[in-house]
Design a protein around this ligand. Sequence first.
Ligand code: FAD
Length: 469
Amino acid sequence: MKYDLVIVGAGPAGIFTALELLRKGSKKKMVIIEKGQPIGRRRCPKGTTGRCVNCRPYCHITTGFAGAGAFSDGKLSLSHEVGGQLPELIGIDAAQSLIDYTDAIYLEFGADTQVEGMVVDERIKRIRRRAITAGLRLVDCPIRHMGTEKAQEIYGAIQTYLTDKGVEIRFGVNCADLILTDHECWGVVVEKPDGTGREEILAQDTVVATGRRGADWLEKICQEHGIAHQPGTVDIGVRVEVRNEVMEEVNDALYEGKFVGYPAPFRDKVRTFCQNPGGFVSQENYDNDLAVVNGHSYKDLKSENTNLSLLSSHNFNTPFNQPIAYAQKVGELTNMLANGHILVQRFGDILDGKRTWERELSRSNVKPTLKDAVAGDITAAMPYRAMTNIIAFIQALDMVVPGFASPETLLYSPELKFYSNRVRMDAQLNTNIKGFYSLGDSSGWTRGLMMASAMGVMLGDKLAAEEQK
Ligand SMILES: Cc1cc2nc3c(=O)[nH]c(=O)nc-3n(C[C@H](O)[C@H](O)[C@H](O)COP(=O)(O)OP(=O)(O)OC[C@H]3O[C@@H](n4cnc5c(N)ncnc54)[C@H](O)[C@@H]3O)c2cc1C
């Protein structure tokens, strides 16, 4: 079957490529290959079972139309400083205007018009003053918060728009390989999740946007086919959960406070990420059975807690250059200690050198929102360097947010971000393979909804311009 364009992965990066092409009047015959389900058929059974049942053949939280965006908190970071390294590739001004343009598309599809963190008022100045004293940087980043339920509505409207305009979306189909000869890509090989029904889909251009969960698959594909790439950064950390009262000032003033520090003695970059006021800690499962922690919040349904991720960045080059594999080992070890689940430990117990017990959790002010997390000892699996960074960062953040380093603060593990294999490309997104493009989190250049969507818009615009020549 011959198409003009095949897009692998219906996450924000993939769908915004198709969307922008249509908006620019493209007549291309397009097909999107997505291993998951349409947005209306994505169901996480945890709502009824109360615990993760490790869905097969894939996790509905990260797989299906809108990718990891569908059940995300739907926070659109409107600054080029947040969400990935695209500005390094295309320049800061180009990245910012791309984000503004993409934000307008989200608004057209119904995103909330309110933006948090736009005005630097007295409260924000106070927070920044304390951050400076603590040796941390407060990053300015306006946020448009869609919320999980609204995000699903917006992505649902985009799915309808694409299909109404003739984009074919093949759900429940897995891309197994690329078809490549002499540094030119001719399409993809697809199959059903059980490995049957192999089929070739030929296309003039191929876009791979398989997200974080497709990052290790893409790394293998890059090695096999000589697609130029380089190891990037891997983030290892914890998801922290505290009572809303502790985070109230930052939640109210900023919704999401983005803090960055380089704590002694290692001076690695440590940062906060994905803050969810009144939110819920969640679990996502990768195909290789790895269970990792995440978090999200609804627009209306609120918990008594705020959760956020603390991530410590690590780089590797010689003699070891497989950051994804490294982080996976950390995750596997943590899962093993929690019997396949997420581990949770109180910060005070980490400092006291003891594990946390279930009964101790029930005595605290802060009750875990991830009900099937297992109380234990995350330090038994966390590398010394990452743990040291995290402890130092929490203690610094306590100067900005009093109570953050309280003994009962909860730390969930493993919190891992796999976006490390960076596909080499030029500022026009051309790779060393003709007709092959790599976008979004799996490309290693983005790590958030807005930047992944914006990268998709950029490619859609480029392909539309070439079509009109
Ligand atoms: C619980 C959660 C909350 C989050 N909250 C936020 C937030 O509030 N703000 C923010 O900016 N970011 C958030 N993120 C991150 C954000 O969702 C991602 O950065 C973003 O979705 C990346 O988009 P993408 O298109 O690159 O990849 P993805 O959204 O991961 O989409 C990739 C798609 O490709 C499909 N796929 C993978 N491999 C194959 C294959 N071989 N064949 C066929 N299909 C394949 C997958 O099924 C998936 O649908 C959150 C993520 C999670 C999991």
